[in-house]
Design a protein around this ligand. Structure first.
Ligand code: CAA
Length: 261
């Protein structure tokens, strides 16, 4: 997609060496999200250069994202692009459409890079779920997460429920989703939702340092490690240690080949 195509849906993509930064760029509506933005995010994932090893996702201005653009719930906004447009579809067609929307979030799990959500201010609903789609969340001390869907009579459907349970456990996840309450930065770190909280003025530097540390190891090793860890909780010990052995044999060969060069 061209920069103009991305700008038309409120996105920016900047690639600096091995680090790509995706910015939600609609600060006038607090980076509210639309289906067109989700489709474009999925396309960014499909077309990202293969040497990118870190993807930073952030929002322009002081708010990460106010979640779904409320205009998308307005019945006067007709057509496929509105969420209310789903009502005109059969159940199967509507589910297929949501599957496409989810593609804007799932690509951030790709093992070939590590994804980092850089969060300032509010991350609400779809904004919270976008942050949850990333491997890591590094936040400013003014960050506020809230899963507002229940307040609208909806469920979180943009792939956020699984990582939320994995990070904070079932009971805390249920409490956060069902009450739609705000989780402030300090609590986010304490319960394992964010890896670090720093003063807002230091956030860019903290994420840049983390990105540099993530690209420092030999190519391939972080991707192998991410693949191992991603599925670890769902596998038994024998399966997990088999995958460790196989990955290590590949790493031994890669290290030996690099030393022989
Ligand atoms: N959609 C569209 N416009 C939005 C928006 C949204 N979600 N959130 C904020 N805006 C607009 C406001 O209408 C306002 O526009 P005007 O200047 O034209 O009046 C502008 O952004 C600034 O908003 P505020 O003055 O409210 O800004 P703030 O910084 O004081 O507050 C905020 C920021 C806390 C995010 C607040 O705007 C807010 O609570 N927004 C609504 C959040 C929300 O309920 N989102 C839906 C989440 S549920 C979801 O995402 C569902 C799903 O995926 C299924």
């Amino acid at each position: 997609m061209t920069p103009e195509d991305l700008a038309a849906v409120g996105l920016r993509l900047d690639i600096d060496g091995q680090v790509a930064t995706v910015t939600l760029d609609r600060p006038e509506v607090r980076n509210a999200q639309t289906p067109a933005m989700w489709i474009a995010l999925g396309e960014i994932g499909r077309t990202l250069p293969h040497d990118v090893r870190v993807v930073v996702v952030t929002g322009e201005g002081e708010t990460f994202s106010a979640g779904l653009d409320r205009a998308m719930l307005d019945p006067s906004t007709a057509g496929q692009e509105s969420v209310v447009g789903l009502l005109a579809l059969s159940d199967d067609e509507a589910a297929a459409r949501i599957d496409e929307f989810q593609g804007g979030f799932t690509w951030l799990r790709d093992p070939r890079f590590v994804s980092i959500a850089k969060v300032r201010g509010h991350a609400i609903g779809a904004g919270f779920q976008l942050a949850l789609s990333c491997d890591l969340r590094v936040v400013a001390d003014d960050a506020k997460f809230s899963m507002k869907e229940s307040a609208l009579g909806l469920v979180p459907d943009l792939t956020g429920t699984k990582p939320l349970v994995e990070h904070v456990g079932y009971a805390r996840a249920l409490e956060i989703c069902a009450t739609a309450r705000v989780v402030p930065a300090e609590e986010a770190v304490r319960i394992g939702l964010a890896t670090a909280s720093v003063p807002s003025a230091d956030l860019d530097a903290a994420v840049a340092d983390l990105a540099a540390a993530l690209v420092a190891p030999m190519p391939g090793v972080v991707a192998e490690t991410k693949t191992l860890l991603q599925g670890a909780a769902d596998r038994d010990l024998d399966e997990q240690r088999r995958l460790e052995r196989e990955a290590q044999v590949r790493r031994f060969r890669a290290v030996a080949a690099a030393l022989a060069d």
